[in-house]
Design a protein around this ligand. Structure first.
Ligand SMILES: C[S@@+](CC[C@H](N)C(=O)[O-])C[C@H]1O[C@@H](n2cnc3c(N)ncnc32)[C@H](O)[C@@H]1O
Length: 207
């Protein structure tokens, strides 16, 4: 792939249309399922899954009774696929938009990360951490998985390591978990970090 190819909506839509979706697990992954299981009974908490793709996590949470699950993606194809699979998923919760353009109105309680961070140009990583924090209420949670490996081929996905990632998140989040996941899908075992980060009470940009 030419290095100057933008990873824009057209790029991602083409990946879905041509079936080049090697990241797609086809179902909710065990680390997310086990995390959701300990959230307790469904309530009004606002949950955002950015760069959600086919969003099996959204389908899972919706089926479990969580009413405030939001999905954001640049590409229309996976959002349409979710709407077809889950016809009663609220259409207004399917946001075809750039993660960096989302507004915290109102703020979210929980952000779920899976193979979205690694899909972004690495130059955007500091902005990802800032935007994730800006979308969350103070004390809100960013959880999910980050690759702890380097990839041989040019990305996406783009790899990285815990020390690199920690530096991005440190200004905005307190760490609850940042360790090798114990329940990854087999091909990802030992290669991904489970993160659970709490948004600090006050960050730059707060009123
Ligand atoms: C590697 S895929 C991962 C999809 C999904 N999280 C999964 O695990 O199957 C990355 C997703 O992020 C979306 N994406 C890329 N850049 C984005 C952006 N700036 N805002 C919102 N979505 C974006 C792409 O369209 C794609 O669906």
């Amino acid at each position: 792939m030419p290095p100057d190819l933008p990873f824009d909506a057209a790029y991602w839509q083409q990946r879905y249309v041509s079936g080049q979706t090697g990241w797609d697990a086809g179902a909710i992954t065990p680390p997310l399922r086990e995390y959701f299981a300990q959230l307790g009974k469904p309530d009004a908490r606002r949950i955002l899954i950015p760069g959600a793709g086919n969003a099996y996590e959204a389908e899972y949470l919706h089926a479990a009774g969580w009413p405030n699950v939001w999905v954001a993606d640049l590409a229309p194809a996976p959002l349409e696929a979710l709407a077809r699979r889950v016809p009663d998923f609220p259409a207004e919760h399917l946001l075809r938009t750039d993660f960096f353009a989302l507004q915290p109105t109102p703020a979210f309680d929980l952000l779920v990360e899976q193979t979205f961070f690694c899909a972004l140009d690495p130059a955007l990583r500091p902005a990802y951490a800032r935007q994730a924090a800006g979308l969350l209420r103070p004390g809100g949670t960013l959880m999910g998985l980050l690759f702890d490996t380097e990839f041989e081929k040019a990305g996406p996905p783009f790899g990285g390591s815990r020390p690199e990632y920690e530096a991005y998140f440190a200004p905005y989040f307190d760490v609850q978990h940042f360790e090798t996941a114990t329940n990854s899908l087999k091909p990802r075992q030992g290669k991904e970090l489970f993160i659970c980060l709490k948004r600090k009470p006050l960050i730059d940009g707060d009123e």
